[in-house]
Design a protein around this ligand. Structure first.
Ligand code: AKG
Ligand code: FE2
Length: 324
């Protein structure tokens, strides 16, 4: 199975029907797709790429090379192998060969990077465009699930009051060239905790892989002007398992510095998440059966912080045990 590539198009008439069907199928079967012909201006994506890589080169790269945990741990493993003369270097576990930080658009005192000078303005513009696209996709996914148009947006916002708002953030990552990519992973396998993830990935250096439903890792290859979209654990829960929050990982590479800009459209921390009532299974006796519990997203995130690289099922069990 390959990651579907889907053209968004103008969302009118038959085109909308086609898009909704293709996107629904991808969310059910793979949990990932590559989106072409989306609404984010391509010239803005070029500017995002430029400010993110300039920021990395000027500010972050020197620190990654000298101070970062993955570099220190890999060097330690290589040195130990050398000193012991015979043994192969040990794999470096529990760490990612990644440099990253998360933009918090809504935080008033967020310390925005000052280099390059157009960083904040560019990323704010990008954040607005990605939010708009995320909300359009959520409307279409709601319809595809047979729910009212605003269902997913309102659920992620935790209500439709003036203060109810989804959490939106952007994680900017670089996966620098790694001298021994067989000894460490770029980003260990995990499923995403939140709602809908919109990923602007490098158009040259690959490495992102998704676990398909037959248990094989498949590549999400670099594709210019496209965005990778994926389903997080919360959309799996709200859809009562119809959409799939898939395992994915990033392989380290010894050539190229891969960039990825992942935006998370997540529930607000106090949003109550549960399967949509219309999607609960109806067992023979007529009583409703839910596969996923009802829980507060902030509690799920507390569990996720400890168990990100483990299966999602125990996370759902842990929040079930909290009893609301
Ligand atoms: O860098 C990527 O392509 C994937 C990043 C990712 O999966 C994550 O941050 O959750
Ligand atoms: Fe992820």
């Amino acid at each position: 199975m390959a990651i579907p590539v889907i053209e968004m198009g103008n969302l009118k008439g038959n085109e909308k029907e086609r898009f909704m069907a293709e996107m629904g199928k991808a969310c059910e079967e793979v949990g990932f797709f590559q989106l072409k012909g989306h609404s984010v201006p391509l010239e803005l994506m070029e500017r995002v790429k430029k400010v993110c890589s300039e920021h990395y080169n000027r500010v972050r790269e020197p620190k990654f090379k000298t101070e970062s945990v993955p570099v220190k741990l890999l060097n330690k493993s290589l040195t130990e192998a050398e000193l012991s003369n015979s043994s192969e270097p040990k794999k470096v576990e529990n760490v990612d060969w990644e440099d990253c930080f998360v933009l918090q658009y809504a935080q008033e005192d967020y310390p925005w990077p000052s280099e390059p000078s157009e960083f904040k303005e560019t990323m704010m513009e990008f954040g607005k465009e990605i939010t708009k696209l995320a909300e359009t996709l959520l409307e279409i996914l709601s319809e595809n699930l047979g729910l009212e148009k605003g269902y997913l947006k309102t659920t992620l916002a935790g209500g439709d009051g003036p203060d109810d708002k989804a959490f939106f953030g952007t994680k900017i990552s670089h996966y620098p060239p790694c001298p021994r990519p067989e000894l460490v992973e770029g980003l260990r396998a995990h499923t995403d905790a939140g709602g809908l993830i919109l990923l602007f990935q490098d158009d040259e250096v690959g490495g992102l892989q998704v676990l398909d439903n037959t248990g094989r890792w498949i590549d999400a290859p670099p594709m210019k002007d496209t965005l990778v979209i994926d389903i997080g654990d919360q959309l799996e829960a709200i859809s009562n398992g119809r959409y799939r929050s898939a395992w994915h990982r990033v392989l380290a590479t010894d050539n190229g510095n891969r960039m990825s800009v992942a935006s998370f459209y997540n529930p607000s921390f106090d949003a109550v998440i549960s399967p949509a009532p219309q999607l609960l299974l109806q067992p023979k006796e007529g009583s409703e059966l839910s596969l996923y519990p009802k829980f507060v997203f902030g509690d799920y995130m507390n569990v996720y912080a400890q168990q990100k690289f483990l299966p999602k099922e125990p996370r759902f069990q842990a929040v079930t045990a909290l009893q609301y």
